[in-house]
Design a binder for this molecule. Structure first.
Ligand code: ADP
Ligand code: MG
Length: 604
């Protein structure tokens, strides 16, 4: 036996390893099992290229726990290591890797990291007070070797006892960690999380943990719909079947495989669970892929596997990494290609799926210029009558009847066909058509589409009185003279809280409402931006004022002026109440007063 000192400048690396990354302590399993898998794959390769002539045998990685001895053992039948190799790879190489890693990360926030690849073998010391490694190399005439290290900088190397080729790594857990990890349930959970799709069989407690050939590693031409469906169920049990999938299989200029599913969920924005999983050579890395994938693609489900995504770097570095950018662009292109394909092959199918595609497509278009360019012709709008049209088709359609005096085509929309029922109706009575924009991003999307298409503007049906929504050439004289208008205005104002309402007198066609309430299109948009947490320009200046529009040409305007003061007041109050009621703004004591009054009419 001989002993040695791990040469380090910084006192002792192990306490540091142990202490930090504490939250991600469990990754020791991933690291050690990955090493065992790597060693097993190496023997396969050596055999294939003729460097190893003996039987490769049944390759598997076995994990076992011993509650009495407080150990976890990871065993493989891989290449193994000779005495010199242990010295070199474990003591020097692995150690220098770990040192480098610690030096880079010790002052940083552990939360900044995703996947801590790079720590490798020494992650064992996050849970073990002592590690024993016993190995026998595949090389002829070599002796088995035993290496031991107690978490200080000294270690020992001795002859080992192992007959079969391969390596055992035995972790002697600290008392504290033993409590957490010496449980079959816990180890199985961790193996299922990190090792579920590793390419070499993983066994624990007599059970095979993994699927060595997960779907995404296979050729799409060898798979059918049922295979994709099954895999989805395996990943996300008890969820609705997805709408369709995209199989990604690229090896140049980067390696990227994966299967993405379009989920059948309507409000995907709120549901952060069960998203895309990131793998690196079939090793699970993270479910937190929001720095690798643009946010609209995080809404998808499935698996992305790429060894070309750097895993031990900070989030900001990840986002600016050229490979990551290319990978993202590639995935985004695949997604738009697939959508385009469905649209072109079977538009009806596409329309049927649209309610689920809507959010992701729009989110993508809003956040990714290139995606927007590619999807522009395939983004649909739906009308209140249930029809589907591409934006371009709809604009063309509206040009004829809904172009204003300045040549702008006005697309009328409703954010809620029930709440805005009366506005929708009056707009339709005027011969216009209405689309439904009731999604979380729709009002933003309207602004975006205005920028993409020339001379097009979107207006909510209740943002103005009907004939102001799409202004035509005609101008209408007011029936009331200046003096009458002023007294009407004073009257209305006396009955309203001027902080909440702007009173505007307009000479509209006589058949239009006497009194109506509107939320200006611009203010509606600003409110939506605020909801999404975006800063508003001049936010402070903007009240939540709504407009009360008084149509001076409605016959009621003239009539009311001829009444006596108290009747005037009572009638006007009633019209204001009705206008408020229509917009669901009549509340509290005002509502109570209104209802009491309405009841009294019945009793009369
Ligand atoms: P990495 O896996 O990134 O190379 P590690 O610290 O995990 O870094 O491992 C260091 C080296 O130790 C490996 O490259 C390998 O040569 C050797 N090694 C570790 N575990 C095993 C094993 N189970 N069988 C054979 N060699 C191993
Ligand atoms: Mg490793």
């Amino acid at each position: 036996m001989r002993t040695g000192q791990i040469s380090v400048q910084s006192e002792n690396i192990f306490p540091i390893i142990k202490k930090f990354l504490y939250t991600d302590q469990e990754i020791f399993i991933r690291e050690l099992v990955s090493n065992a898998v790597d060693a097993s794959k190496k023997i396969q390769t050596l055999s294939r290229i003729g460097e190893y002539a003996d039987e490769v045998g049944d390759l598997k990685v076995e994990i076992s726990i011993d509650e009495k001895k407080k150990t976890i053992t990871i065993s493989d039948y891989g290449v193994g290591m000779t005495d010199e190799e242990v010295e070199k790879y474990i003591t020097q190489l692995a150690f220098s890797g770990a040192t480098e890693f610690v030096n880079e990360w010790k002052d940083k926030d552990p939360d900044q990291m995703i996947g801590h690849f790079g720590l490798g073998f020494y992650s064992a010391f996050m849970v073990a007070k002592q590690v024993t490694l016993v190995s026998k190399s595949y090389k002829k005439d070599t002796e088995p070797v035993k290496w031991e290290c107690d978490g200080s900088t000294s270690y020992s190397i001795d002859k080992g006892k192992r007959k079969k080729r391969g390596t055992d790594v035995i972790l002697h857990l600290t008392d504290e960690d033993a409590e957490t990890y010496l449980s079959k349930w816990k180890i199985r959970e961790l193996l299922r999380k990190y090792c579920r799709f590793l390419p070499i069989k993983i066994e624990f407690d007599g059970e095979t943990i993994n699927d060595t050939e997960p779907l995404w590693t296979k050729k799409p031409s060898d798979l059918n719909q049922e295979d994709y469906k099954k895999f989805f169920e395996e990943l996300y049990p008890s969820q609705d079947a997805p709408l369709f999938h995209i199989h990604i299989n690229t090896d140049y200029p980067f390696s990227l495989t994966g299967v993405l599913y379009f989920p059948k969920v309507l409000q995907a924005l709120d549901n952060r669970k069960d998203r895309v999983q990131l793998y690196s050579n079939q090793v699970f890395v993270t479910e937190d892929v929001k720095d690798v994938l643009p946010e609209y693609l995080v809404l998808l489900q499935g698996v992305v596997d790429s060894p070309d995504i750097p895993l031990n770097v900070s989030r900001s570095a990840l986002q600016s990494d050229t490979n990551v950018k290319k990978i993202t662009a590639h995935i985004s292109k695949k997604v738009s290609d697939k959508l385009t394909e469905i649209f072109k092959n079977d538009r009806e199918d596409y329309q049927n799926k649209w309610e689920y595609l809507d959010l992701i497509v729009k989110y993508g278009m809003l956040s990714d210029e290139k995606f927007a360019e590619r999807m522009k012709e395939y983004c649909l709008v739906t009308t209140t009558e249930g029809g589907f049209h591409t934006i371009e088709e709809w604009i063309e359609h509206c040009k004829i009847n809904q172009t204003d005096k300045n040549g702008n085509t006005v697309i009328l929309y409703t954010t809620d066909a029930t709440a805005q029922y009366m506005s929708v109706k009056s707009v339709k009575d005027a011969g216009y058509e209405v689309i439904v924009l009731n999604g979380a991003l729709d009002v933003h999307f309207a602004g975006f589409a205005e920028g993409k298409f020339e001379k097009v503007s979107f207006k909510c049906v209740d943002s103005d009185p009907v004939n102001k929504l799409i202004e035509k050439e005609e101008s209408i004289e007011s029936v009331l003279d200046k003096e009458q208008q002023e007294s009407l205005e004073t009257l209305v104002k006396s009955l309203l809280n001027e902080m909440a309402f702007d009173v505007k007198l307009e000479s509209l066609p006589p058949q239009q409402e006497f009194l109506s309430i509107h939320k200006n299109e611009w203010e509606r948009r600003m409110e939506e931006y605020a909801k999404m947490g975006q800063s508003m320009p001049f936010g402070d200046l903007m009240g939540k004022k709504k407009s009360i529009i008084v149509n001076t040409n409605n016959i009621l305007a003239g009539n009311i002026l001829t009444k006596e003061a108290d009747i005037q007041k009572e009638q006007l109050q009633h019209y204001i109440d009705l206008a408020l009621l229509e917009k669901n703004l009549l509340q509290g004591a005002d509502l109570e007063r209104f209802i009491t009054k309405a009841k009294s009419y019945i009793q009369d």
